[in-house]
Design a protein around this ligand. Structure first.
Ligand SMILES: [Zn+2]
Length: 458
């Protein structure tokens, strides 16, 4: 971070001090390039802005009270989707039931989604709106699992205006956190939504969009614009540590099972070839060492200098050899410093992985070996300052890095990972004036294209 108190901006760019168009003076405050969150699911975050949040609820009774009140106030809402209930925080620890939801409303569809995002409960009107193609739907109990839960927003799509409104709300929220650009995982509809907001002059963030692999066929219809760029394809190869679905080789779960691979090497090789032919970048989700190894093997078919800048997302449980191999193959490592919050002794990772758990997210070791790391949050939660705190105070030495290195991974790292290192990510003449100003209390100001977009009220 540069400790300076004069920055000149001209025509959206950082200018040389000799021809100032605009001058900001901030003695005693730090200024750094705007943060890039390299792994977001921004529309999911936006949709939650307008929904009942159940995460702070302490009992089933309280849940039903809040839900009834919400439905009474939001009379015009066609479907009520409430998010993030977690019965493990309640005394009774019991799932809500369909019968009880029917009592709250027998006409309006109600869906309650559990905090894990893999389980939900619906009332009868809700169940009747779910197409029969979704299989893990129990009409007797109202319990929904997996795909149907993940696709709730596609089954019950919000209106266009509603979507735009919540997206703008969410945008102002993350700009307050110092974020000026995101690498977002999207479906084509969301990509178009961002461009519609850009056309209206309302989009402030720069968005670099990875399209989820089930929409590959639709990618040819998408074109990059000034703020919204088409990056490439998001691919899954395994699950997560929390759900015990990350695919493991040298690591082990404390309970049985080793997770599962969602692809094989041949499929990956084909995707790499396809992406290289089309000029798409790949963002490949891999958390467990078995999934990571499969990607490394498949990348033998990729040119060693990795001109497509293909990336591995998460890269949490990599062995020493895998780290060195990824670096040799010039693969970008898109990691989440905030995940280190689960790495403390007695935390989620120790519970899931047992004795080897300390070898997760070894960001310091990776950087020392020369790895190209970019930081993002995966939205858990958003906030580069939170991530920077976690990684500078990480529990184990191979994870812990200095603040400067963390800031670089959250700025230059994201710029490089999106082919924008000549545009953003550092404070130099000719770079875009996307900047944040930070003081002891946190983010003081966010500047995008040379304009103050956010300033904290004193
Ligand atoms: Zn993600």
């Amino acid at each position: 971070m540069l400790k300076i108190n004069d920055i000149y901006i001209e025509n959206r760019l950082i200018a040389s001090p000799s021809k100032p168009d605009r001058e900001f003076l901030f003695p005693g405050k730090d200024i750094c390039p705007g943060f890039c969150d390299s792994h977001t699911h921004f529309i999911q975050f936006a949709l939650k802005k307008n929904r009942l949040n159940l995460s702070k609820i302490e009992s089933k009774k309280e849940l039903y009270e809040r839900l009834s009140e919400w439905i009474r106030v939001k009379e015009r809402e066609e479907v009520t989707i409430a998010e993030d209930w977690d019965e493990s925080n309640w005394e009774d620890e019991e799932f809500p039931t369909k019968k009880e939801l029917n009592k709250i409303s027998s006409k309006k569809p109600i869906i309650l989604r559990r905090v894990c995002g893999h389980i939900a409960i619906a009332n009868d009107p809700g169940l009747s709106r779910i197409p029969p193609t979704y299989t893990i739907v129990n009409h007797r109990t109202g319990i929904l699992k997996e795909e149907v839960v993940l696709k709730i927003n596609e089954i019950f799509p919000p209106s266009k205006e509603g979507m735009q409104e919540v997206t703008l709300l969410a945008q102002s929220e993350i700009i307050k956190l110092g974020i000026t650009s995101i690498h977002d995982i999207v479906i084509p509809e969301h990509f178009n939504l961002y461009q519609a907001l850009e056309d209206k002059g309302k989009l402030k963030l720069s968005i670099y969009g990875f399209i989820t692999e089930n929409y590959i066929d639709k990618m040819k219809n998408l074109k990059s614009s000034y703020r919204v760029k088409l990056a490439g394809i998001k691919i899954f190869t395994d699950g997560s540590i929390g759900a015990r679905t990350a695919a493991l080789k040298d690591f082990h779960y404390t309970q049985k099972g080793n997770g599962l691979l969602l692809k094989n090497k041949e499929e990956l090789e084909e995707l790499i070839q396809f992406a290289n032919n089309k000029g798409y970048q790949l963002a490949i989700h891999a958390i467990g060492d078995l999934a990571i190894q499969m990607i490394l093997d498949a990348m033998d078919k990729n040119p060693i200098d990795n001109p497509g800048r293909h990336r591995i997302e998460h890269f949490e449980l990599a062995t020493d050899e895998q780290i060195r191999e990824a670096i040799e193959k010039n693969i970008i490592l898109s990691m989440q410093p905030n995940f280190l919050k689960w790495s403390k002794p007695g935390g989620l990772y120790e519970k899931a992985l047992g004795k080897n758990y300390k070898d997760n997210n070894r960001i310091c070791f990776i950087m020392r070996e020369g790895g190209m790391v970019t930081f993002g949050s995966d939205g858990m939660p958003y906030g580069p300052l939170f991530g920077i705190k976690q990684v500078t105070e990480a529990p184990f030495t191979p994870q812990r890095i200095e603040k400067m290195d963390a800031i670089r991974a959250y700025t230059q790292g994201g710029a490089y990972a999106s082919f924008k290192e000549g545009e953003v990510g550092s404070i130099e003449e000719g770079m875009r004036a996307d900047l944040v100003i930070i003081d002891k209390q946190g983010i003081y100001m966010t500047i995008i294209d040379g304009r103050i977009i956010y300033q904290r009220e004193s």
